[in-house]
Design a binder for this molecule. Structure first.
Ligand code: ATP
Length: 426
């Protein structure tokens, strides 16, 4: 059986991953957990999300006659733990019992639903219609929106993903919920030094901060992300902190860029994320608060933004000039693409113009009047030609990313696609 769960938390506390960790504990006498639980990040631009738009799924080999008990255990746990009072919490649980194994049509439908959940905007009705078509056992609470994420997470277990990473989440002991987290900062930097790039996004070197622990009152103490389970476990052994309660390793789609669609600029839609290519039209401008904007032109034109939280990434953006050919990656909100990564494909020539120098005295000539070229006042020499000097550029072609403190969970860090030993600077 595959159990998918979503939308149990609110900004005031709880977390669907924690609920899943507790569920796994409770299911121990009822079946054998198969593989790792899946922590799937869905469309990061969805307005209903509480934080990182995560959904969870776990597969269990049931014992004879334990099915009903498993279903009841999951439902009562969500009833007990979900923050039902929050208007924006609408839990959904899905149980894939017989479906899928021998039905390619179902697998295909579920897989395409999962990709839509990562890249597109779905309605609860889309989830209900899939559930109805295949008679899927489920339980929904309130408006049932969580069914969308619950089904998508089941899709990742049943259909698999072409890329994946891992996260080891350490949860706080319940007595510590809501209090400041005690984490030995220096040990986190040491863990990063000893395990990067097997682990990533534990610290943000350029901003001298740790990024693997939330600041909200939820049960997570910290999460160590990476491609390599051994490195993750090594990092866990190095990090000093308050004693953890539960710890659980998840298989995830974090750091995969699965949210990105290829499209023409004229075709982009709100609430989706894209990789777009085009030509920079104007010099980036910075507005109050440090947010930076420029316009990209291709099949249409679109405003692109590097907001203040992207910190040093704006130093790349500010070097752009009209004519630069770039690829931008990011989500669309209010008609603006929020840049997560930029690929500088071709730099425009940057020329500075100046008045010519007098060949006799070596001084700069002055303008001789509108459309009349230049004249040296002292020597009376004349020239019609402005001097053009090609200037160096402050950037080079290549791909650049926002720092870890500004990265979306699903965005792929450059280090994941770097050649061995040629890691991007941090
Ligand atoms: P949680 O820890 O509870 O998962 P979260 O930040 O991940 O918190 P949710 O509280 O789950 O966010 O809220 C996201 C809601 O949006 C869920 O109900 C989920 O089913 C729904 N959702 C996810 N992806 C999409 C999508 N592509 N289209 C429409 N709704 C979606």
């Amino acid at each position: 059986m595959i159990i998918g769960i979503d939308d149990t938390d609110s900004v005031d506390g709880m977390c669907t991953t924690y609920l899943t960790a507790i569920l796994i504990d409770k299911l121990k006498g009822l079946g054998d957990i198969r593989g790792l639980p899946h922590l799937i990040r869905l469309n990061p631009n969805i307005k209903y999300k509480t934080r990182g738009n995560a959904a969870l799924a776990v597969e269990i080999d049931t014992y004879p006659d334990s099915e009903e008990q498993i279903v009841n255990t999951a439902i009562s746990l969500v009833e007990d733990m979900a923050d039902m009072d929050c208007e924006n919490t609408n839990p959904g649980i899905v149980f894939l019992i017989d479906q899928g194994r021998n039905d390619p049509g179902f697998r295909q439908d579920l897989e395409s639903f999962m990709w839509q959940a990562m890249r597109d905007v779905l309605a609860v009705e889309d989830a209900r219609s899939l559930i109805g078509k295949y008679g899927i056992k489920h339980k929904e609470f309130k408006n049932g929106r969580g069914l969308i994420g619950a089904l998508a997470a089941c899709g990742s277990v049943l259909c698999g993903l072409s890329d994946h990473t891992y996260e080891l989440i350490a949860y706080r002991q319940p007595g510590n919920f809501g209090t400041p987290r005690e984490i030995d900062r220096e040990s986190v930097f040491r863990a990063d030094r000893e395990t990067y790039p097997g682990t990533w996004d534990t610290v943000d070197i350029s901003n001298n901060t740790i990024v693997f622990a939330p600041h909200s009152p939820d049960p997570i103490l910290f999460g160590i992300r990476g491609d390599d389970v051994q490195s993750i476990e090594k990092a866990f052994g190095i990090i000093g902190s308050e004693p953890a309660g539960l710890t659980l390793l998840y298989r995830t789609n974090q750091g995969t860029d699965f949210h990105l669609l290829d499209a023409q600029i004229c075709d982009v839609l709100e609430e989706r994320s894209y990789k777009l290519t085009g030509t920079v039209v104007d010099r980036p401008v910075t507005i109050r608060g440090g947010h930076m904007f420029f316009t990209l032109k291709g099949s249409g034109s679109i405003r692109c933004a590097a907001f203040e939280p992207t910190k040093g990434f704006r130093n790349i953006i500010k070097e752009l000039i009209p004519g630069d050919k770039v690829g931008v990656y990011g989500g669309i909100a209010d008609g603006t693409l929020n840049v997560e990564k930029i690929e500088i494909l071709e730099l425009a020539a940057y020329e500075k113009t100046s008045n010519p120098v007098c060949p006799t005295c070596g001084k700069r000539m002055k303008s001789a009047g509108s459309k009349q070229g230049f004249r040296c006042k002292g020597c009376n020499t004349k020239s019609g030609e402005v001097v053009r000097t090609t200037m160096g550029r402050g950037i080079t072609p290549g791909i650049y990313e926002v720092p870890p403190c500004a990265r979306r969970h699903i965005s792929k860090p450059l280090v994941r696609s770097a050649e061995p030993d040629v890691y991007p600077s941090r």
